[in-house]
Design a protein around this ligand. Sequence first.
Ligand code: SF4
Length: 408
Amino acid sequence: MEVQAGIERRLTRQVMVGDVPVGGGAPITVQSMTVTRTADHEATLQQIYDLAMAGADIVRCTCNELEAAEGLAHIVPRSPVPIVADIHHQHRMALAALEAGVHCLRLNPGNIRKPEHIRTVAAEARDRGVPIRIGVNGGSLHPDLYAKYGGKVTAEAMVESALDEIRYFEEVDFNLIKISVKASSVPLMVEAYHQLSEVTDYPLHLGVTEAGPPPAGLIKSSAGIGALLAQGIGDTIRYSLTADPVEEARAGRTLLEAMGLRERKNVDLIACPSCGRAEIDVVAVAEEAMAAFADREIPLQVAVMGCVVNGPGEARDADLGIAAGNRRGHLFIKGRNAAVVREDEMVDALVEWAVLIHEEGAEAALARVDTEKARREAEKDRDRLLAEQGDDANDAGTKIELIRRHTS
Ligand code: SF4
């Protein structure tokens, strides 16, 4: 066991996917998959670069035809991250992908069924030191296992499928194994991974398969993957979304950062939910800020708050924030007022100050400004808003008074 972010992580063996370690206490990695035709190697490489920028540590490409294997031969040497070849049905494609130099294979035991084929691929991968993920999928379980478990997919059936496959691999002394037991049902995949983690110490690749489009797909994936990670289970993750794969990579990265399992890479934008006190359209400004920071590698927490009455206090732990008041933006650094900008310059100011703090540190940024003056200005706008709106900007007191009058 290794403790990380307060979570006792189950210790697994380690395999190397190219130069990226998976398992054995290594940082949990984010995976995604390209949706281009692998044969179109330029388009696929472009997408791999986009995915890597968005936080993917490892990228999978389908290898479903000879042209795809040839595409991989172009892709692998130029890729910024290790490449996994996804193999279904044809074990010959696995051999071709190994020839192309991929860093890992993913085999689905539900559709590569002949033991001699599995052993051939495992022996070839063993000789090249290339790991293989056994990717069991609830939706493509071996028919015998369906029958054995009453004609339905169960956690036990999925685990048995994985263990059968492991046996074939171990028969040829192959143990560079990762395993996944994905299902589109969150409770089913959680149970399957639980059971699997009890019987093997191979590293586990987590995912909710066919999670669907966002937001439901994001929620299902976060629920399943997050629940397992919180219990220390899982070494690498993938969000399977019906969306631009860049969203998958971003989501995976965000989940790990939010759980304290990976260091922050990009801005963590927090924003208030808005309320009757809001002086700006918080949703629009937060979205504008998200777009402005995009994939800039600035590992700071940045807050967008709708009013200067409560905003600076509520976001005092953020590295940097801005709160609206009286058509102005009050910028604060680590809870200390730093500057006042025009309302329409709030997002630009956030970006400018985030870059400065990232490069020079918060204290150096604060040393450049008159914090006392900024505090007085913020106080002035706060007092003015309180005078206009009172303590109860949502007018709940008046409403309660009326309710009581009607019901008394
Ligand atoms: S009180 Fe101000 S900071 Fe808090 S939710 Fe309302 S607008 Fe946002």
